[in-house]
Design a protein around this ligand. Structure first.
Ligand code: GDP
Length: 200
């Protein structure tokens, strides 16, 4: 279960650094700063596990976390951050591409998009790639707590149309910070929904 002990396993900057594909893996894919680390920490209930950065574009490695010794959560480097030098960006893409398209142990991709933004070209390109890779995808609309309650349903509809691949991929509004003091905060249920998707 997700609440089992989660430990950092390894970071990879090249394919050779990937751990043996011995455990099923769930990937976290998305733009820099979209909330990958926050969601990962929230899902396992360990605040400091994945580094949460206020400076986008910092993580250039693939980080592997092992949960209860039975599967892995894999934090991929964020894309689409303009201030990263071009050369570095190219190397980055190769690494992520080779992980997403050729990793035998990858069983589910979580594509994270910011729920307040209209679909971005980058995100749609990555979605195409994920569709081509023929593995299950769930789309997570992050930072849903920043929406007004009345906005949430229409945002989710728009994002489902853009990212749901015609109803094949679930699109879940999620907040990694929502607290119980505002029980109507959009995205409050999202973490539990994603936990269930991973558990399947
Ligand atoms: P990453 O670069 O995709 O790993 O993104 P981080 O998890 O480091 O988050 C980037 C910033 O967004 C941080 O300042 C987080 O505190 C903030 N953040 C992440 N998730 C949420 C969320 O669900 N709600 C709100 N309000 N802020 C969030």
């Amino acid at each position: 279960a997700l609440r089992d002990r989660a430990v950092f396993s390894t970071s990879a900057v090249t394919r050779a650094g990937f751990p043996p594909p011995a455990l099923p893996e769930v990937s976290f894919v998305g733009r820099s700063n979209v909330g990958k680390s926050s969601l990962l920490n929230r899902l396992v209930g360990q605040r400091g596990l994945a580094h949460v950065s206020k400076t986008p574009g910092r993580t250039r490695m693939i980080n592997f976390f092992e949960i209860g010794g039975s599967y892995r959560l894999v934090d991929l480097p964020g894309y689409g951050y303009a201030r990263v030098p071009e050369a570095l960006r190219a190397g980055w893409e190769d690494l992520v591409l080779s992980y997403l398209t050729a990793r035998d142990s990858l069983v589910l991709n979580l594509l994270l998009v910011d729920c307040r933004r209209d679909p971005l070209e980058n995100d749609l390109r990555v979605l195409e790639l994920l569709i081509l890779s023929e593995r299950p995808v769930a789309v997570v609309a992050t930072k849903a707590d920043k929406l007004k309650s009345g906005e949430a349903a229409s945002r989710l509809r728009l994002l489902s149309q853009a990212f749901g691949a015609g109803g094949r991929f679930p699109v879940v509004a999620c907040s990694s910070v929502a607290n119980t003091k505002r029980p109507r905060t959009p995205g409050r249920e999202g973490v539990g929904q994603i936990q269930r998707l991973i558990a399947e």
